[in-house]
Design a protein around this ligand. Structure first.
Ligand code: SF4
Ligand code: SF4
Length: 114
């Protein structure tokens, strides 16, 4: 998780926020404020250090903090080879084999079929 400023998008869902103020009180970067409307608001998103505290401690799951997409593509030597293998395997996995069981060699009267 990145701890640099301005790396995260902070979103508050007002319908779920009950205005307890925990997020605003404990945000280390002053990103959040409790307003007179009784809801928390994002006031300085660019200061967010993506610590995740607000999202973790909001009792009503009313905050989401998501890392911003960076425009820079990873160079080849930064790519995790395991992730590449997982990507290549996607879509090629035939999935669990269907268990067809043993063929039914008896008819409904219990007589053996040839
Ligand atoms: S912690 Fe959650 S419920 Fe409390 S003010 Fe912040 S967003 Fe609203
Ligand atoms: S992730 Fe951390 S810095 Fe960002 S708004 Fe939440 S508590 Fe504040």
């Amino acid at each position: 998780m990145s701890k640099k400023k301005g790396q995260a998008k902070v979103r508050i869902y007002p319908d779920w926020c009950k205005g307890c103020g925990i997020c605003a009180a404990f945000c280390p970067a002053g990103v959040l404020e409790l307003w007179p409307d009784g809801k928390a608001h994002v006031v300085h998103e660019s200061e967010c250090v993506n610590c995740g505290f607000c999202e973790l401690h909001c009792p009503d799951f009313a905050i989401s903090v998501t890392p911003r997409e960076t425009s820079r593509r990873k160079s080849d030597d930064e790519v995790d080879p395991r992730a590449e293998v997982a990507e290549m395997a996607q879509g090629t996995d035939p999935g669990p084999e269907e268990n067809v069981g043993t063929p039914n060699r008896e008819d409904e009267h219990g007589h053996k079929k040839e």
